[in-house]
Design a protein around this ligand. Structure first.
Ligand SMILES: [Zn+2]
Length: 504
């Protein structure tokens, strides 16, 4: 990328605050937070844009967390990097004691997501490299500036308590939150807000998505010549096939809500060698974790049967798990009020045209950018999973999304990496940070709100008591994406922005 292009992208940021509708808000504390966010809109974009070009997938968020640590420490936050056994797990906080309110979000990119910003054709910055095709880069700026704005309000108005941020590694592999929960980070937290990019300002309540369990089954047999003495062999890939067939026989007897998918990760060597190793990686999902666990326990029995039939042995390695997100109605109502106060960004005609042209080129409906926030309501449960779900069963949780994506452009494809550093994204981040900061101020300053959220949580969470899927000896998969990053990082470095954001 050349310098001119970069300055256009960054240059559009300064206007973002000025273009927001004037916030009608009697609350001086929120007003101060909003002013702080407007004043730091450029710094927020600098963080989010930097993280975009770092493009680091799960467990490899080294440059991203280094930037966030430096920025937050310079702003007065205490920052811990490397907790719960993960080098890129970042926890930051300011203040002391209760109430303690935490933002829960993530900053990881996706494999093969590299893309040139604002280009309508598939043009990777570095071919094959990872990149931000879900816009998690924006979470870094929004969470940091919102927390800083809350800190400024807490200092000015003597608001007691603590504001915290949890940047969990490897959300895309649902790999870290069970470990962060197990390490006890949320034991003294009164409420959390889960933050995610989307195409509008929105919140919601109820059970939001699916439980998932991911495990890798490795079968061990004995090699032999496929023609000369096959009777001496024990075929580990036969066991893999039988496990697959066995589960297909089970499908008829599962609840209609289940999902199960697999990939064969080790499938033999060559036909005339009876393979001594076979491996199959499974995801099992359902609308609740107990339901997913019931199916998973049956899968374990099928593995046992497959081993018995083939005379092989096997081991099971826990890979990841996620509870569905349980979102609080009480906190959603508080967030919605702030959404209504802040309102959607005022998009320019140029931005609307860009969005429509982009939608057209991607073959999506040419609806432009959303101009109204979503109404509050119970959202339909989706079948995807996010490991932040585990957090929501141990502490009352609100969730919110902010408008930094183009409608119709789905995540996990390169199109979604076209706009995360655009002025559309920057304006959406400003709106998101304001709603987030105002909602945290509500939780810090209203004991009734926190108590009501707690009472609701006690009822809702007890309907499905939380249990951890982590085996006692499970360790975080810290080498995830390591080889990929070692391969691509030298070429990706050329695009680093070398920013040093400092809040004021
Ligand atoms: Zn995400």
């Amino acid at each position: 990328m050349n310098g001119t292009f970069r300055s256009i992208l960054i240059g559009s940021v300064a206007l973002a605050g000025a273009l927001m509708p004037p916030a009608v808000q009697a609350d001086e504390r929120k007003q101060l937070a909003f002013e702080t966010i407007d004043r730091n809109a450029g710094e927020m974009a600098a963080i989010s844009d930097s993280i975009f070009f770092f493009g680091e997938p799960g467990m490899q968020e080294f440059e991203s967390t280094k930037l966030l640590k430096g920025t937050l420490e310079a702003a007065g936050f205490r920052v811990e990097l490397g907790g719960a056994g993960m080098p890129t797990n970042l926890w930051a906080e300011w203040g002391s004691g209760r109430p303690k309110i935490a933002i829960v979000t993530e900053i990881d990119a996706l494999p093969s997501g590299s893309q040139t910003p604002l280009a309508f054709d598939h043009a990777p910055l570095v071919p094959g490299a990872p990149g931000h095709m879900e816009g998690h880069n924006t979470h870094g700026g929004v969470a940091s500036v919102a927390a800083f704005a809350v800190k400024q309000a807490m200092q000015r108005f003597n608001i007691p308590g603590t504001v915290a941020i949890s940047f969990g590694p490897a959300e895309e592999q649902i790999a870290s939150r069970p470990f962060i929960v197990r390490a006890g980070y949320f034991k003294d937290v009164d409420a959390v807000i889960l933050l995610h990019i989307r195409e509008t300002l929105a919140t919601g309540y109820g059970v939001q998505n699916y439980a998932a369990i991911s495990s890798i089954f490795t079968f061990h047999g004995k090699t032999a010549h496929g023609a000369v003495n096959p009777w001496d062999g024990k075929d580990a890939v036969d066991a893999v096939e039988l496990m697959d067939i066995g589960f297909d026989k089970l499908r008829e007897h599962l609840r209609p809500t289940y999902r199960a998918h697999r990939t064969i990760t080790v499938g033999g060597i060559q036909p005339n060698i009876i393979p001594d190793t076979g491996q199959i990686w499974w995801f099992v999902r359902d609308a609740s974790m107990p339901a997913a666990k019931t199916t998973y326990d049956k899968l374990l029995k099928i593995a046992e049967g497959a081993a018995l039939m083939t005379g092989t042995t096997y081991d099971v390695k826990y890979a990841a798990s996620a509870w569905p997100q349980l979102a609080s109605k009480t906190i959603a109502e508080a967030i919605q009020k702030n959404i209504d106060t802040v309102g959607m960004p005022k998009w320019s005609e140029e931005e609307q045209k860009f969005a429509r042209d982009f939608q057209k080129s991607a073959g999506r409906p040419e609806v432009g950018l959303r101009t109204t926030p979503a109404a509050l309501g119970e959202r339909q449960q989706s079948t995807s999973s996010n490991d932040s779900g585990d957090v929501t069963w141990v502490v009352p949780a609100g969730l919110m999304t902010f408008p930094a994506s183009v409608p119709g452009i789905e995540y996990h494809e390169w199109h979604a990496a076209v706009t995360p550093v655009s002025s559309i994204s920057h304006k959406g981040q400003v709106a998101g940070a304001k709603v987030l900061a105002a909602s945290i101020i509500d939780l810090l300053t209203s004991p009734e709100l926190v108590q009501k959220a707690r009472a609701e949580f006690e009822v809702e969470s007890k309907k499905t008591p939380y249990f951890s899927l982590l085996p006692p000896d499970a360790k975080p998969p810290v080498d995830l994406n390591k080889a990929e990053m070692e391969k691509f990082r030298p070429d990706m470095r050329k695009f680093y922005l070398n920013n040093t954001p400092r809040f004021n």
